[in-house]
Design a protein around this ligand. Structure first.
Ligand code: ADP
Ligand code: MG
Length: 240
């Protein structure tokens, strides 16, 4: 089991404390492709940030790869993230003075991968995301959708064990969204990568194997999605 969450609670402190996650229980097996679906404000991003060790929780238990994630130093947390997790967020800051391909290959630079191999892999991911022709362009020269795809390629480039994606298609047009979900599906099916996608769109959720519904900080229905091989984004999905 890659993710084990038991009776997890999270309250944002402030003038008016907000109890956002109210006793979450969730197990995710290695190699699963899961979506967490719910309306805006239901606590999806809060949960994903805790899964990604970007935020703390108050009570309960979170185990990642069997290890209890609790009170980690920022250094330990960063170690876990760099080793295990690829993040795909709706708005991912690209480095503005680096080209698309330089942005994508940056994580490989930190892993010590050689220049030619870095460039080859970065170009492969840009190509899969339909951005080969944009490799030497700067983020400022690209559309929002193109920037988003560069950020996704950068998150995928290290082939992390776990991908956490928060509304990964939220800023993309429907055709590009389908391509991105197909890429995630391919990574899941062909490389056994564990992927958790947060979304409020049923068309995106329907591309995954299991749909976990969250509502007001509580997990409701968990659906095994046997239709995920059907053609993506059927009526009423991403098409608005
Ligand atoms: P979702 O991703 O499902 O839209 P979030 O997890 O982002 O929901 O937010 C859940 C609730 O927590 C919302 O009411 C939001 O306004 C609030 N919230 C999110 N982040 C913070 C924060 N850092 N401080 C205080 N409240 C927050
Ligand atoms: Mg959110």
């Amino acid at each position: 089991m890659v993710i084990h969450i038991k009776d997890l609670n999270k309250t944002y402190q402030g003038a008016q404390p907000l109890h956002v996650l109210k006793g979450i229980n969730l197990d995710i097996e290695r190699g699963e492709f899961v979506s967490i679906m719910g309306a805006s404000g239901s606590g999806k991003s809060t949960l994903l940030n805790i899964l990604g060790i970007l935020d703390n929780y108050d009570t309960g238990e979170y185990r990642l790869g069997g290890e209890l994630i609790w009170n980690l130093s920022e250094r330990r947390a960063a170690e876990y993230r760099n080793r295990m997790i690829g993040f795909v967020f709706q708005s991912f800051n690209l480095i503005s003075f680096k080209t698309a391909v330089e942005n994508v290959e940056l994580p490989l630079y930190y892993q010590g991968v050689g220049r030619r191999e870095r460039r080859r892999r970065a170009m492969d991911y840009l190509d899969r995301l339909g951005l080969a022709a944009w490799a030497t362009h700067y983020p400022g020269e690209m559309s929002g959708g193109q920037r988003q795809r560069v950020a996704i390629a950068r998150a995928l480039i290290t082939r992390p064990e776990l991908i956490l994606a928060d509304e990964p298609t939220g800023a993309l047009d429907s055709k590009t969204s389908v391509e991105v979900m197909q890429l995630l599906k391919e990574l899941n099916e062909q490389q056994g990568m564990t992927i958790v996608v947060v979304t409020h769109e049923s068309g995106v959720a329907n591309e995954t194997n299991r749909i976990v519904h969250i509502r007001d900080g509580v997990i409701g229905l968990i659906e095994d999605n046997h239709d995920h091989h059907a053609s993506p984004f059927g009526a009423g999905g991403l098409m608005k």
